[in-house]
Ligand binder design. Structure first.
Ligand code: FAQ
Length: 311
């Protein structure tokens, strides 16, 4: 009966065991997962655009090969995460339509433009760095397919982070112009990277329930603080300044103090009014529309194969 199933679900969560697709789960748990995993998948797919912008202009064959591999990895992560979402009873077509209509979100960070080649390095260092900080704990999330997907994705994100840092390190060893280009890029991406962790805890409607269900294991602010502590020494090693006058080591807390994120900007970008929101969604819609004939042909071919197999 329903009460027994619910008790079993609660016990599984309490033991930190995993919920699998065939297990009974509360409808709100299922909906929360579809929301979070689909948004995560959409972020990977939309996230191909800012860096994809530089593939044709990479400064060397080696840099181009690295960038191509990274952007392809992001496509793979997106497809992997759509598959995890499909185990909850939605199709990829429905999810893509919800992205294009604006019913579902994707990470705010991908609504900022990539204005210089240094942005490729900064995205790897800061954006993938923030992604790792947020996603390593998700390897132990309560829903099996999501947690297992995160393990592989985090390994690839580590490579992405290192390639970005190495790119910036190379530019910092270059000319004054190159160093200035890195600093200017870090100035633009620092605050938006902090926004990736979501609103402050007191303004995060989903955190409490998601933590009770073991979907999230840390709050948004906890992970944001962890990211700042992790990144400051990396910035020092690189020789760049993080654009926050309030950033300082707090001896007593053994952690960094830092300034307040511009939450008005965050909500504006999340609400669809960031620098590139319209462009990102329009680009995705065009690719989806242009690909309709491929999906139709593949479906017709699969149907024909089935019919032939019957005879
Ligand atoms: N952008 O109550 P909360 C990557 C929304 S990494 C846009 O705190 P929650 C790798 C939130 O959805 C990026 N919207 O929500 C890569 C909710 O709205 P809703 C993807 C945001 O879910 C690197 C509302 O605000 N990573 O792609 C954002 O408990 C380089 C209230 O917020 C993930 O998705 C935001 N930044 O916590 C690819 C990680 N923050 O849905 C290419 C998995 C919040 O009720 C290149 N997701 N919102 O309408 C999570 O960990 C969580 O969903 C959070 C938000 C922490 C993002």
């Amino acid at each position: 009966d329903e009460a027994g199933l619910e008790a079993h679900f609660e016990a599984t969560i309490a033991h930190k065991d995993r919920i699998e697709p065939r297990d009974w789960m509360p409808e709100k748990y299922r909906r929360t997962l579809v929301r979070q995993i689909a948004q995560h998948a959409h972020s990977e797919i939309i996230g191909m655009q800012p860096e994809g912008n530089w593939i044709s202009r990479a400064p060397s064959l080696r840099r181009k090969a690295i960038l191509l591999a990274k952007v392809q990895d992001e496509a793979g992560h997106g497809l992997y995460l759509y598959s995890a979402t499909e185990t909850l009873g939605v199709t990829r077509t429905e999810l893509t339509e919800r992205l294009i209509s604006g019913a579902q979100k994707y990470s705010s960070i991908f609504n900022y433009p990539t204005l210089s080649y240094a942005d490729v390095g900064t995205i790897g260092w800061l954006v993938d760095g923030a992604a790792i900080c947020n996603q390593v704990p998700l390897c132990r999330t309560s829903f099996g397919p999501y947690g297992r997907a995160m393990i592989r994705i985090c390994k690839e994100e580590s490579f992405h982070q290192r390639q970005g840092y190495e790119l910036l390190m190379t530019m910092m060893r270059g000319t004054d112009e190159q160093r200035a280009m890195v600093q200017e890029s870090v100035d633009r991406f620092w605050w938006p990277s902090l926004m990736m962790f979501g609103p402050p805890d007191e303004a995060s409607p989903n955190t409490a329930q998601s933590m009770a269900w073991g979907i999230k294991t840390h709050t948004n602010d906890e992970l944001r603080r962890r990211f700042v502590d992790m990144t400051v020494p990396q910035a020092e090693a690189l020789g760049v300044t993080l654009p926050d006058p309030d950033l300082a080591w707090n001896e007593e807390r053994q952690a960094h103090d830092f300034g307040e994120v511009d939450w008005d900007e965050f909500w504006k970008v999340v609400g669809g009014d960031g620098p590139c929101n319209a462009q990102r969604v329009a680009h995705r819609k065009k690719a989806w529309d242009d690909g309709a004939w491929v999906r139709e042909a593949a479906t017709a071919f699969a149907r024909k194969q089935e019919e032939t197999a019957d005879h």
